[in-house]
Each structure stands twice: as C-alpha cells, then as structure tokens.
Design a protein around this ligand. Structure first.
Ligand code: GTP
Length: 321
C-alpha cells in the first residue's frame, strides 16, 4: 500500500526557524519530525510519496542519506497546491486504496486497524479522529450511524462545536477521491470533505497520543509526550563540575560545564551549556551555545545560535538567518 505525506507547507507558525529548515526536518527527540511518521508506518506500507514544495532540496537530501525498508518518492509541486491540490498532484501514483498524513502530526494511530475499518465501511474515505476538550482550533466532525461523518465544522467556537472529535490529519482514501479535487490550490478539509459526505466519509477514533506540531507550544508538547513515553537518551554527553541533569531529556553530543539541563530538553551535537546556565522544556539544535548564566525555557533554538551571558529566552523561536 502507498502512503502520501503532505510536507509542502511553509510552516509560518514556526518562523524564523522555518526560513532555513522545513518544518518536517525540525528535530524531535533525535530525529526529524517527518521520520517519526515514516518510522511508525506498518510493513503494509511499501511506498511513501512525499508531496513537497517549500525546501524540497533539504528533504530530498535528508532521505537520500537514509536506508529505509520502503521506497521514498518525492513529488514536487511547482507552487503550493494546498492539502487537496497536493494529493491530486501525486495522483498518477495512486491506483488503489492509500493512506495520507499531514506531515506535522505525531500520533500512536494504528494504521492497519484504520485501513481494516475503512475496508469494512465501503466509503470513499476514512478520517482519523482525536478527542479534544476544546475543538475551536481544529476541524470538528459530527458522526452519524456506523461512524459516518455527517458534518464538518472548521474551527468552530467551543460552545457551538458539534462534537469534541477533531480531524487528526491521517486518512485512508479510495483513489476516486482525486476526481473530487479541482485544479490549482484546493483545501482537502474545507473544500473537498464537505462535498464527499454523500459518497461516504467515515471517522475512526483512536487512543494513545496525538499532537499536531504546527506551533512552538505543540512541538514542545510532542517532545514531552514522546519523552514521557520512553524516548529519552543521554549519549556522548560530558557533564563537568556541578552539572545537573533533571528528568527525561534527549541529549546527544552535549557538553555541560556546571550548568543545569532539564526536564524535557533535546540538545544535539556541539551544544555547550556553560556555568550557571539553565535550560528546560526546549530544543537546542546543533552547535547552540548557552553562555554563562543564561536561561532558556519553552523555546526552540536553531543551529548555531548563541544565547549571550545572563540573557533569557522564554517561549521563543530563535534562529540565524
Ligand atoms: P503554517 O504556515 O504554520 O500554518 O504551516 P503549514 O504551511 O505547514 O500549514 P498547515 O499546518 O495547515 O499544514 C498541514 C500539513 O499539510 C503540513 O504537514 C503541511 O506541510 C502540509 N501542507 C500544507 N499546505 C501544503 C501544500 O500546499 N502542499 C503540500 N504538499 N503540503 C502542504
């Protein structure tokens, strides 16, 4: 079976980092976001089509360096086509039931179970559904009999939401969905889904975890979820003097000179944390330096950035560009 990953968005909510790194390649607990999606696919997926536009070259060179048990095909859009248009653009590869994902979602979804549900429903598509307390930032759905979706609401006010079940950005589709997508820039969620309700669009709930990593807050939330689930590491890391490491972290190639790390910190090759500096709930990409007495909290710090002595970075995205 083929899987499509929609990875061509501009990632504007993660700027300035996404001026130089596509969102799909931002590291999450030791590997790029998109690799969490690819690596969690079951063996039934033999081919992954990556729909790219923005920073195609960076994605291509990342995947070229990997040895994966499935074929990866990059399909470029000459201009951003939206989530629907991007799917149509890879249509020449799709001649049987396929799965599709937003490229910025990490989840524990059981894809084989969802495909099984889809096959028994006889619909044109199945949307993975996640339960949230407040659906106002998401696409909410109302379900009818046998899990059939009867209505979509894009970002409804909390008190007007039809349900607490939201579109989790993972789908199973029949190839004839492509006939419902017009030319140019088309939104799957806003333009295509409402049209295909009569053709049979179903919802499939799943449990475990789900995080849409489109914002700094959610990217860091995904990191906490994964670390709490056991994805933590301390490797090639030098702790000097009065260094302290607290809670789960993902540290690989870090030098700590009497600083404090954690909890929930990913720090990569070449990161140096100097005397009396502190970092928690953050991502420090390659070569980041925390000078003496600096503090970083709730932040994503791009490659090569130096936080000056006694400076503080809180709830920020920092990048050189
Ligand atoms: P923001 O600019 O911060 O909203 O991020 P984004 O551009 O990634 O948009 P959004 O988070 O709504 O996109 C959801 C998923 O669809 C992401 O994985 C995007 O990469 C992907 N996506 C959005 N627009 C396009 C597009 O035009 N083409 C392709 N191939 N993928 C897209």
């Amino acid at each position: 079976m083929k899987a499509v990953i929609l990875a061509g968005g501009l990632g504007t909510r993660l700027r300035p980092l996404t001026y130089t790194i596509p969102k799909a390649l931002v590291p999450l607990c030791g590997k790029p976001l998109i690799s969490h999606i690819v690596d969690s696919m079951p063996p039934s997926i033999d081919t992954v089509l990556i729909a790219v536009n923005y920073m195609r070259d960076a994605l291509e060179s990342y995947f070229r360096g990997l040895d994966l048990p499935r074929e990866i095909i990059m399909v470029e859009e000459l201009e951003p086509l939206g989530t629907g248009g991007a799917l149509k653009n890879v249509g020449r590869y799709l001649d049987e039931t396929f799965v599709a994902f937003n490229g910025d979602v990490v989840s524990s979804i059981d894809l084989d179970a969802m495909v099984c549900f889809h096959n028994s429903s006889g619909g044109i598509g199945t949307v993975a559904l996640w339960h949230v307390e407040d659906p106002s930032a998401f696409g909410a759905v109302a379900l009818g009999e046998n899990g059939r979706i009867v209505k979509f609401q894009e970002k409804p006010p909390k008190d007007l939401a039809l349900s607490n079940l939201v579109n989790a950005g993972a789908y199973v589709f029949e190839p004839d969905i492509l006939d419902w997508i017009g030319p140019g820039n088309v939104s799957l969620e806003r333009e295509v889904f409402p049209q295909i309700l009569t053709r049979g669009l179903y919802g499939h709930r799943f449990g475990g975890y789900w995080v849409d990593c489109g914002t700094r807050e959610n990217f860091l939330r995904a990191q906490r979820v994964l670390m709490d689930g056991g994805r933590h590491l301390m490797s090639n890391t030098e702790l000097v003097g009065a260094s302290r490491v607290i809670g789960p972290n993902y540290l690989d190639g870090v030098k700590c000179l009497s600083g404090r790390i954690g909890p929930y910190v990913s720090a990569h090759k070449g990161v140096v944390i100097k005397e009396e500096s502190e970092v928690s709930d953050s991502i420090l990409m390659e070569g980041v330096i925390l000078e003496q007495g600096s503090r970083v909290k709730g932040s994503i710090v791009g490659p090569g950035v130096t936080i000056a002595s006694s400076e503080t970075a809180t709830d920020s995205i920092l990048a050189l560009h």
